[in-house]
Design a protein around this ligand. Structure first.
Ligand SMILES: Nc1ncnc2c1ncn2[C@@H]1O[C@H](COP(=O)(O)OP(=O)(O)OP(=O)(O)O)[C@@H](O)[C@H]1O
Ligand SMILES: [Mg+2]
Length: 251
């Protein structure tokens, strides 16, 4: 579903990714773990056309983006490809990024109406059923400022789902939440995963990653140090860097 080949990316002339490869299979749940600054967010952003990269390619369901040094392959087509990739892949951020001046319902319906051309009545019906799915049907008329962080994040998930994505990317969706709200957001993600949604999640919630993922990627300094089943990575890590990272969570 998502294929990353030989991805290279620099920030300010400093290499972050030096030829990274990763395959994300349809229906899988991939947890990306690793220390702060290891490149988790940047990797997710590359999958969604939010970040340019110098070399390599990222392909999402056959839509392929190339590094800027290799753009001759799809010259002039990047913006169309990016637009199509974003329709197929929903993204949820650590900070919810809801529109503060729009009601919950309006936040969820604005893109289907204006981007996909869906009729308002249909978009609202979809929005209400998604609000039920994230257990917030009674909040449709509220504004983001009137909701808790956990509720705002669940609205952000509904807003991504209304575009009927084929995959969802979550970038530390619970790390700006108070502890009592983390469970409700993880529960919603868990339900989504159980319906077979292809999911990539950068997370510090090691127990959650262990419980819901089908594949774990340990990233350090822009490099995939180790990847495998949750069983292998969490219970039998091979690399010393993986072991050192995980030991912080196993106290
Ligand atoms: N816009 C930017 N300009 C310059 N450097 C950047 C930029 N964005 C990220 N970086 C650098 O790239 C590296 C990877 O950052 P990234 O945000 O992807 O890490 P992360 O694994 O998501 O970290 P965290 O767990 O703290 O969210 C870091 O060294 C960071 O300083
Ligand atoms: Mg990050």
């Amino acid at each position: 579903m998502i294929g990353i080949r030989d991805l290279s990316k620099e920030f300010d002339h400093q290499s972050l990714f030096k030829g990274l490869n990763l395959n994300i299979v349809k229906g899988s749940v991939v947890a990306i773990i690793g220390p702060s600054g290891s490149g988790k967010s940047t990797l997710l952003r590359c999958m969604n056309g939010l970040e340019v990269f110098s070399r390599g390619s990222v392909s999402v369901n056959g839509l392929k983006l190339y590094g800027v040094l290799e753009r001759d392959y799809n010259r002039g087509q990047e913006s169309i490809i990016i637009k199509n990739i974003r329709r197929k892949v929903g993204m949820v951020f650590q900070q919810f990024h809801l529109f503060p001046h729009m009601s919950v319902l309006h936040n969820i319906t604005v893109a289907p109406i204006h981007v996909l051309g869906v009729q308002r009545a249909e978009a609202e019906t979809d929005a209400i059923s998604l609000l039920m799915k994230v257990h917030l049907e009674e909040k449709a008329k509220k504004y983001p400022g009137q909701l808790s962080g956990g509720e705002q994040q669940r609205v952000a998930i509904a807003r991504a789902l209304v575009m009927k994505p084929e995959a969802m990317l979550f970038d530390e969706p619970t790390s700006s939440l108070d502890p009592e709200m983390i469970a409700e957001v993880l529960q919603v993600i868990k339900e989504l995963v159980s319906e077979g949604m292809t999911t990539v999640i950068a997370t510090h919630e090691i127990a959650f990653a262990r419980d819901v993922s089908t594949h774990v990627v340990f990233l350090d300094k822009g490099e995939i140090v180790e990847q495998g089943s949750p069983q292998a990575i969490f219970f039998n890590p091979q690399n010393d860097r993986t072991k050192a990272f995980l030991s912080r969570f196993m106290k």
